[in-house]
Design a protein around this ligand. Structure first.
Ligand code: SAM
Length: 243
């Protein structure tokens, strides 16, 4: 996603995300953390974006570290948070966390199943044996239903943008194209690509890791997710150590 236009894109990203109910999303993540039945959790957020959810959750955990591949995104997050700029497939942490989470399709930015497995293996290394790792994924019905709403234009602080969204069913890639016109008239372009994996693929990849699927729900609900769901919330625990 990185390009020289990225700092402008983070501004636009923050603008278009303003309609998201992040308080609800933060409460949902917090409710999942309660499955651990202990307090003062040592927590890590992967692909935190501009850290809005972390801002709402920081007081609820013993410690919360946020991370993202984009320094521009991290720079927009609150100053009171510990931030690490890193790829979720190559985590630098030596300490072990109780709870690791990622929100809002971030895992869909991993363009191969090998990358998803690499992320799982990296989280395994920095999660306590009885810890929980949770993330959501956008599924095909989400792309099909919402792509037309993602064709839009607007302006933020004198920067105009046009967003075009297209889901390629054959390649299972959801493309979001941004054309940004800066205040001085200069145009920059950015394409975001997300892989929309079949629901079953996640289970197959997770099977190859040290995790198992403890629960997989339609996001924000207690309904079991299916291939027809729009967004699935995976809640993973570690497999038991074989003696
Ligand atoms: C759709 S945004 C979601 C951001 C945030 N979780 C939220 O809920 O607003 C996806 C985020 O994933 C980050 N990202 C993409 N690939 C990544 C990777 N390999 N490692 C870490 N972060 C990544 C992007 O920089 C971006 O901030």
């Amino acid at each position: 996603m990185a390009s020289k236009s990225y700092s402008h894109l983070t501004l636009i990203y923050s603008y278009i995300m303003r309609s998201i109910d992040y308080s609800k999303w933060a409460s949902y993540i917090y409710s999942i953390s309660k499955l651990l039945r202990r307090k003062n959790l040592f927590t890590l957020e992967l692909a935190c974006g501009n850290g809005i959810i972390a801002g709402k959750l920081s007081g609820k955990f013993g410690y919360l570290c946020i991370s993202d591949l984009s320094i521009h995104m991290l720079n927009q997050s609150g100053d009171n948070l510990d931030k690490v700029c890193c790829d979720m497939t190559e985590l630098p942490f030596k300490q072990k966390f109780d709870f690791v989470f990622s929100t809002f399709d971030s895992v869909n930015y991993l363009m191969s199943k090998q990358k998803i497995l690499a992320m799982l293996n990296q989280v395994d290394l920095c999660l306590k044996q009885d810890g929980i790792f949770t993330f959501d994924v956008s599924l095909e019905n989400n792309s099909k239903l919402y792509q037309r709403y993602l064709n839009r234009k607007g302006s933020v602080n004198g920067i105009k943008f046009i967003q075009k969204s297209y889901y390629d069913e054959t390649k299972r890639i959801h493309n979001n194209y941004f054309e940004i016109t800066l205040a001085n008239g200069q145009k920059v372009e950015e394409i975001h690509r997300q892989k929309i994996y079949p629901f079953e693929d996640y289970f197959n990849v997770i099977d190859k890791s040290n995790f198992y699927v403890y629960k997989c729900k339609e996001a924000f609900t207690d309904i079991d997710a299916t291939p027809e769901s729009e967004r699935a919330q995976f809640i993973l625990k570690k497999k038991r150590i074989q003696c």
